[in-house]
Design a protein around this ligand. Structure first.
Ligand SMILES: Cc1cc2nc3c(=O)[nH]c(=O)nc-3n(C[C@H](O)[C@H](O)[C@H](O)COP(=O)(O)OP(=O)(O)OC[C@H]3O[C@@H](n4cnc5c(N)ncnc54)[C@H](O)[C@@H]3O)c2cc1C
Length: 422
């Protein structure tokens, strides 16, 4: 039996940010991590807002030293058309205007090592398999590796186990799925002659249909991440009989902009195929525990919000846990759930607006005014809690209003009318 103040499950971005914050408050923190790092996980395009979280938890210097490819914005293209030029420094909200595109196996190992350097005890290769939450002021976790069981007790449990969803499974928590399940297929390639292409390091999203898109995320180590996301009907090359790499090539062959660059590149590993990844948890906390990051919910990769919501929730959960440890009564519903749900709801409006075509109308319209563009960029940089921004405050209707104006189907005469509408 080992004793700590806080037990964290999972050493991904969410768990590391949470643990590092608590260690900086002088707390004894243990992370139980099922895998041995470096380990693969998808989610390589980050948002500027998450830089605040790395900075506040002291993880930024180690990450900065790695020379990851800078991400200064994002490019959306459709056929031969260039979409709106999204540059984070053209941002409505004050904050970071750059971030990175980075292979997560490497990135997460650096973040975890920097977390350990702050005094967090990370145990790798050990899986949290049981929890006892029956006592008023203690939590007990039973974890197992190949050689036996470890019992850990603490005063609070932070579940940051991502796709593992440890507490969801152990406590039978309600986890809702999306009514429109989507599919993703992705791999990495090591490009030959990458520099022969124009803007070889530009992160790009190619729209192949309203509900199918292709990501191209080049890394500074010479590899590039490629992935298709969309409605399952577009993934017809992937049949059980057909080799995955062959089906993959058939998908790349459909790309207007990147066919030539990638169709002959050999995937570094058999493409991963993921079905129905969207889920949201009904309840994000309970007595002596909280869910953060992906195990609290995951929406869709289209605006790269996953890691930012993981670090935002990890850091906030850690701050509230510290208050609990100090004997304060914390209203988790208001202080935690409402905050995280708001950010997720804003992104959900943009994701819905993407797949119903409204946002694509906006991105590919030459008529979007500079101020409107800045406010949209601010959301896509992750500043989804800045309610001075009408594209945050009225996220649930403003995209439709603007798309109708740009399509000429609305009564509004100009974009100022849309911005000022109630
Ligand atoms: C197709 C796709 C593309 C994506 N692209 C992006 C993107 O471009 N940008 C972005 O920001 N996000 C993206 N995401 C989302 C991103 O993958 C996640 O949001 C992010 O990794 C969440 O971080 P986390 O710390 O919550 O979980 P994770 O990074 O998954 O870490 C959780 C850790 O918990 C460990 N664990 C699990 N169960 C246990 C257990 N029982 N005991 C001990 N340890 C355990 C796991 O081994 C893992 O290391 C994408 C997701 C998908 C599906």
């Amino acid at each position: 039996m080992e004793e700590v103040d806080v037990i964290v499950i999972g050493a991904g971005p969410s768990g590391c940010v949470a643990a590092a914050h608590l260690a900086r408050q002088g707390r004894r923190v243990m992370i139980l991590e099922k895998q041995v790092f470096p380990r693969f996980v998808i989610g390589e395009s980050l948002l500027p807002r998450s830089m605040e979280h790395w900075e506040e938890t002291g993880l930024l210097p180690a990450l900065t030293e790695q020379g990851y490819a800078p991400k200064l914005g994002a490019r959306f293209i459709r056929g031969e058309h260039e979409g709106i030029d999204l540059q984070f420094d053209d941002n409505f909200t004050t904050g970071w205007t750059r971030t990175w595109q980075a292979p997560r196996a490497h990135f997460d190992k650096v973040a975890a090592d920097a977390t350990a350097a702050q005094g967090v005890d990370i145990r790798y290769g050990i899986s949290a398999e049981d929890v006892d939450l029956s006592r008023e002021d203690r939590v007990r976790v039973t974890a197992r590796d190949g050689s036996g069981a470890l019992e850990v007790e603490g005063r609070f449990l932070i579940d940051s186990s991502g796709y593992g969803g440890t507490l969801v499974k152990l406590l039978g928590l309600r986890d809702d799925r999306s009514p429109n399940p989507r599919m993703a297929v992705y791999t990495h390639v090591r490009e030959r002659d990458r520099d022969a292409w124009p803007e070889p390091m530009q992160i790009t999203f190619e729209v192949m249909a309203v509900d199918l898109w292709f990501w191209v995320i080049p890394f500074s180590d010479g590899t590039t991440s490629l992935g298709f996301v969309g409605d399952p009907r577009h993934f017809d090359p992937f049949t059980p009989e057909r080799p995955r790499t062959e089906a993959w090539r058939a998908m790349v062959d459909r790309s207007v902009r990147f066919r030539e660059r990638f169709v002959d590149q050999t995937p570094l590993w058999d493409p991963h195929v993921l079905h129905d990844y969207t889920h949201y948890n009904e309840k994000l906390y309970g007595r002596n525990y909280v869910l953060t990051g992906n195990c609290a919910g995951f929406l869709d990769p289209v605006f790269s919000s996953g890691v930012m919501l993981a670090t935002e929730s990890g850091l906030l959960a850690a701050k509230l846990t510290e208050r609990v440890l100090q004997g304060e009564a914390v209203d988790w519903e208001r202080a935690y759930s409402d905050h995280i749900r708001w950010g997720a709801a804003v992104f959900r409006s943009y994701i819905d607006g993407w797949y119903n075509g409204d946002l694509q109308t906006i991105f590919f319209s030459p008529r979007v005014e500079p101020k409107v563009k800045q406010q949209i960029i601010s959301v896509l940089a992750g500043y989804v809690w800045d309610r001075k921004n009408p594209f945050v405050a009225r996220h649930d209707r403003i995209l439709r209003q603007l798309a109708e104006l740009l399509n000429g189907t609305s009564g509004a005469r100009d974009q100022a009318a849309v911005l000022n509408a109630g």
